[in-house]
Write a protein that binds this ligand. Structure first.
Ligand code: FES
Ligand SMILES: [Fe+2]
Length: 373
């Protein structure tokens, strides 16, 4: 798992008047809204004596969140602005502050940048160009809970060879003698890579797909890729210019073994609302086919070296993804999960926020990083 990227925190509709506790990258965060409805995200651990801020209350009169244990109030920047036990004139110690992260709300999702990079060095949040544009319709953003590692999940979404076998509606289930995966065209991007992949597409079952079913076998092209460690893109283009599905998966690694996927589905046909349910139902059936197989992959975390698996040309894009991840490891963004696990009962950790680059006096230890400075 890596710091210094944008991670989905929760759906916009999940964050109301109450603070919300969210676990991401194995640590706890609290999300809350101020009196203007603006969302904020802080480290959840109170620096007084370890209370969980998300168990406290949001105060709209001073836009703070109060710890449930002794009522210390923290503002959106993470600074403590009131310590009730000191009385109204009490001086707040400069160390009374928690990490606060940049937040943005888009695609009906609240995202936080979990890391300490200054704004100009941050990876951008993935931009869905057609979102909100004429000619495109988005399904309501939904989440999926996975009991497996997010990198395994991203690799599965990139994998061109599994469709034939996992998804009966997408392939010929290995029954076509001349089946083979077409070569992938891969291009590197600033924060990941894109691929272009031609698929043979079988006719679709009228019973499931009704009037949207493809009657003849055909071809379709998938333009996909990954952006950062946790966003995967699948744009399915049939030859017709109007029968396209674009799918965007923003993945939240809860920890190394659990993932919450925030799924944005766009389409440029069957535009009426009445089709939303069928489209999502179909997507969830397909996701369920992946989940059944993915839950049992071993080891649970992608092996550290390529020699522990037998990779073939259809695995090229996964190799590219692993290479990109290694480049972030060498920059010192990778969490040292073993050290974290070993110390988690006697130490409270936090992902360093951007203010740590400017100010000293932080109470919680910064999360251990591989090659970290
Ligand atoms: S532990 Fe939070 S106010 Fe005391
Ligand atoms: Fe799949």
């Amino acid at each position: 798992m890596y710091i210094n990227f944008w991670y989905p925190v929760c759906l916009s509709e999940e964050l109301k008047e109450e603070p919300l506790k969210v676990t991401i990258l194995g640590l706890d965060f609290v999300a809350f809204r101020d009196s203007n409805g603006e969302a904020h995200c802080l480290s959840d651990i109170c620096v007084h004596r370890g209370g969980s801020l998300s168990g406290g209350l949001c105060h709209t009169e001073d836009n703070t969140i109060a710890c449930p244990y002794h009522g210390w109030r923290f503002d959106k920047t993470g600074k403590c602005i009131r310590i009730p036990s000191l009385g109204l004139k009490g001086k707040i110690p400069p160390r009374a502050k928690v990490d606060s992260y940049p937040v943005t709300e888009k695609y009906d999702i609240i995202f936080a940048f979990l890391g300490d990079l200054p704004e100009e060095e941050r990876s951008p949040l993935y931009e869905i160009e057609e979102y909100g544009k004429d000619g495109w319709r988005a399904n309501k953003t939904v989440t999926l809970d996975l009991n497996y590692n997010y990198e395994r999940s991203i690799e599965n979404a990139l994998d061109p060879a599994h469709n034939e076998f996992i998804h009966p509606t997408h392939g010929f289930e290995g029954s076509k003698n001349d089946y083979q995966v077409n070569p992938s065209k891969i291009t590197e991007t600033a924060w990941g890579a894109n691929f272009e992949q031609l698929f043979d597409a079988p006719p679709l079952d009228q019973e499931i797909y009704g009037e949207t079913a493809r009657e003849e076998s055909g071809e379709l092209t998938v333009y996909g890729g990954y952006h950062g460690p946790n966003v995967v893109i699948t744009q399915i283009h049939t030859k017709k210019e109007t029968n396209w599905f674009h799918q965007y998966f923003f993945e939240q690694p809860i920890n190394q073994f659990q993932t919450k996927v925030f799924f944005v589905n766009m389409r440029n046909w069957i535009m009426e609302e009445k089709w939303d349910e069928m489209v999502m139902e179909r997507n969830l059936i397909i996701a369920g086919e992946d989940i059944t197989v993915m839950t049992d992959l071993r080891p649970q975390i992608t092996p550290d070296t390529m020699t522990k698996e037998v990779l073939v040309p259809a695995d090229l894009i996964m190799g590219q993804y692993r290479k990109t991840m290694k480049s972030w490891e060498s920059k010192g963004y990778k969490i040292d999960s073993e050290t974290l696990d070993k110390n988690k009962h006697k130490m409270a950790f936090s992902i360093p926020c951007p203010a740590r680059k400017q100010e000293k006096n932080w109470v919680l230890d910064s999360i251990p990083l591989i090659n970290g400075k």
